[in-house]
Design a protein around this ligand. Structure first.
Ligand SMILES: Cc1ncc(COP(=O)(O)O)c(C=O)c1O
Length: 395
């Protein structure tokens, strides 16, 4: 069985994390993996999460299975977080708890692949490297639409629109709802409106990956595209993650949400998602979803979570501004000014893989080979050091 198994290629980003751990240099800096770190460089547990866990510990009386759809109070919470209070009772929308945003992506992809095997999948150029593996199920063909204009560090909006206008009802378009990974470049609300009009005209199926809601501007602004789509198109799906905005990465919490044309259709999709999950992992994990549910359904904890999340978001924005300013000052030009305009954890810096290697070898600074930097992994006290190193490698 195992004798002729080929050794798999190491995951690009996780491979860098392994290299980082093995690096003995005391001044090393990890800006590769997509995890938020505080001013001390630690990925701490939110106070609201700790409080919810304490309550859960005393309240929980059983560890029996929760059910195929997971915790329905959690699914309701996610419906409200993602689609807003205005959709709290909308029976066209149904959600199924899943293991992380990744598990949610997979559930929805399986639903599409099994029901419409001839669909064509469309990803942005570039996209999160794991998208193909998670979403490219069965016969679904994999295609790419233009997204990033590296010359201007902006969205190639004309290219994107031209590609989307060619699509039809057999096409499934994976859209980063906010905080595009890896580029950090996002559509404006006016541009989203145009994309949504194209979705209405062509009938393509919008499949929103919402992994960073609240990490860009705030929970509502970051959900603009998702909520506008829900109000405008007959059918769509959203893979939502709680890894980042609740900081519960390892608990594996997400929700696969569908918006259907009728309540009956939504119910059938809800049941199908559960059946698919049954065949993949049988039952979703409970702990993290219970934590999210406790926070969301307690008015005080919910407010505290809003405050904790917005402190994180504001800090990321400040880190972005400081780094852009320091680079501007050290280089004497605005090549990296765009860092302050980007949103979310990441920015594609435009550094070449050679420059990324120089940063690692000469300065112990780790980024992804394509030049993606995790701004949310940066410490205030080390911005100047990072700016010096970047200035040194770009010359
Ligand atoms: C674009 C994107 N989608 C989905 C995910 C999935 O997140 P998780 O499965 O950890 O919830 C990630 C995580 O890095 C991501 O970057």
């Amino acid at each position: 069985m195992f004798a002729d198994l080929p050794v798999p290629a190491e995951d690009k980003i996780l491979g860098i994390a392994r290299q980082f751990r093995a690096d003995p240099r005391a001044n090393k800096m990890n800006l590769s993996v997509g995890v938020y770190a505080d001013t001390h460089g630690e990925t701490i547990i939110l106070d609201t999460v700790k409080e919810a866990e304490t309550r859960l510990l005393t309240r929980q009386t059983t560890k029996t299975y929760v059910g195929l759809a997971g915790d329905m109070d959690f699914n309701q919470a996610m419906k409200e977080i993602v689609f807003g209070a205005e959709n709290a009772d909308n029976d066209l929308i149904q959600g199924v708890q899943a293991p992380g945003g990744s598990g949610s992506l997979r559930l929805i992809a399986e639903l599409i692949g099994r029901n419409r095997p001839n669909s064509r999948l469309w990803f942005s150029t570039p996209t999160w490297p794991n998208h193909e593996a998670l979403v490219g199920v069965g016969e679904l063909s994999i295609n790419y639409y233009p997204y990033f204009d590296a010359t201007h560090n902006a969205v190639d909006f004309e290219g994107m629109k031209a590609a989307l206008q060619q699509l039809g009802p057999d096409d499934v378009v994976v859209l980063h709802g906010c905080c595009h990974n890896p580029t950090g470049v996002n559509l404006t609300q006016a541009q989203w409106d145009e994309v949504i009009t194209i979705a209405q005209q062509t009938g393509f199926f919008p499949f929103v990956d919402l992994a960073y809601q609240g990490f860009g501007d705030d929970l509502d602004t970051d959900a603009y595209s998702t909520r506008k789509l829900a109000a405008s198109v007959a059918e769509m799906a959203v893979a939502a993650s709680c890894s980042k905005n609740f900081g519960i990465y390892r608990e594996r919490v997400g929700c696969a949400l569908v918006k259907a044309q009728t309540a009956e259709h939504a119910q059938v999709a809800f049941k199908q998602l559960q059946k698919i999950g049954r065949g993949l992992y049988s039952m979703p994990p409970d702990h993290g979803a219970a934590v999210v549910s406790i926070i969301w359904h307690d008015a005080e904890l919910r407010q505290q979570w809003f405050a904790e999340l917005s402190a994180i978001t504001e800090r990321i924005l400040t880190l972005r501004q400081s780094l852009a300013q320091q680079l501007h000052a050290k280089l004497g030009h605005g090549r990296f000014d765009f860092l302050a305009e980007h949103r979310g954890m990441f920015s594609l810096t435009g550094l070449s893989s050679e420059q990324v290697n120089q940063l690692r070898d000469q300065h112990a600074i780790y980024m992804v080979g394509d030049g993606r930097m995790n701004i949310a992994g940066l410490q205030e006290t080390r911005i100047s050091e990072l700016a010096d190193a970047i200035a040194a490698v770009v010359g």
